[in-house]
Write a protein that binds this ligand. Structure first.
Ligand SMILES: [Zn+2]
Length: 95
């Protein structure tokens, strides 16, 4: 077994560790958890709610297998749909 040195993102995005210090430095530059990138993940307008997902395959008992999914959305309404946004014009740092 050989031990290796590895690097993790200091913005706490839980990205897998990389063995290349240079590549991790590049990641940290563009990481959506880096406030410099003005992304949803560090913005005070990122909000959470739940939405009922209706299961059409309910096996004859409508509603029995519906469930609540947690979704994130932008309170200002210009942000995320399928993907987080970055370099956002209305971004404000989360406290
Ligand atoms: Zn990161």
């Amino acid at each position: 077994m050989k031990e290796v040195r590895a690097f993790a993102c200091s913005w706490g995005c839980r990205r897998n560790v990389l063995t290349s210090k240079k590549r991790m430095a590049e990641h940290e530059e563009r990481c959506f958890h880096n406030p410099k990138n003005r992304a949803c993940q560090t913005c005070m307008f990122l909000a959470k709610t739940t939405e009922t997902v209706y299961d059409p395959y309910h096996g004859g008992d409508p509603g029995s297998s519906d469930y609540e999914a947690e979704i994130e959305y932008c309170e200002v309404g210009i942000g995320i749909k399928e993907q987080y946004k970055n370099n956002c014009l209305v971004w404000e740092a989360r406290q």
